[in-house]
Write a protein that binds this ligand. Sequence first.
Ligand code: KG4
Ligand code: ZN
Length: 328
Amino acid sequence: MILSIESSCDDSSIAITRIKDNKLIFHKKISQELIHSKYGGVVPELAARLHAVALPNILEETKKYFDDLKAIAVTNEPGLSVTLVEGVVMAKALAVSLGLPILPINHLKGHIYSLFIEDETRFPMDVLLVSGGHTQILHVEDYDNIKIIATTLDDSFGESFDKVSKMLGGGYPGGPVIQEYSQKGDVNRFLYTVPLSNSPKMAFSYSGLKNQVRLSIEKEEVLSEQVKADICASFQKTAVEHLMQKLKKAYKNRQIKNFGVVGGASANLHLRSRLEAFCKEKNAALHVAKLEYCSDNAAMIGRCAVDAYKLKKFKDIDKINISPRSSF
Ligand code: KG4
Ligand code: ZN
């Protein structure tokens, strides 16, 4: 079995995954969302202190599996430096005391593997990664070969939901807040422009859309619940339309067999229904993770670590560093 640790942002999570059949033996996650919600976003130093309390508490519950462990896996990039360190230090201490090798795992690769929890690896696959830190279209050939087809020039898809929610006094994370308001709103009340619509660039941009929303909020005399719902519905429609326009462009002359959507924002229902239609048109199979594995968790890190273990991606303890910004 492999013990995996995730602490790249505001979720403290540990999993135990069985190597021979990818079975998830244990998984626990303590989310700090409610605590950060007061501040309208994650406060890194506070997140680090909360990990320092939560991770040892979860670890306590995994002691009965220690004799069966073959490796310790840990997210070491990308993420918040001060929170990544909490997981990495714990992984190093465990590896030394139990005499086990360490597998450093890239968080974004972990999100891709959320599609394969308790399942087989299915590569090659084209993937849309939409999280709080990333918006990318990827072609994943195999574990080591991941090509970035498009990425964001500024804010990410999930981040724009967080910022719009903050502007409306809706709290963090913004995605579920905006989604709920949208259900009662009129998608045509505010006509926001789709970013980079006429640009040939294979890239995303969400900061302009966020500013369009800010201006429309400033124009409203009273921010009634109905106005908020209409803003959310119009914003969500435009944000998703931007993803869809670039996806259609990216695959205009290309076949897709397997298409996956991952990351916290892949839980968005409007996005999922647009992707279903897109994949139907392209004759591709759409792969989504279970809702509980869309946002950050150690189960996806553990599942990724099973393949890393088989590929012998071990690293010497003194060579494992954190990297806040790395991609693949
Ligand atoms: O993957 P994740 O848990 O953390 C990162 O690796 O960043 O993603 C969190 C992001 C947040 O920005 C959150 O607002 C967004 O995912 N999110 C959503 C939804 N649920 C979560 N965005 C849009 N619609 C949702 N239903
Ligand atoms: Zn994530």
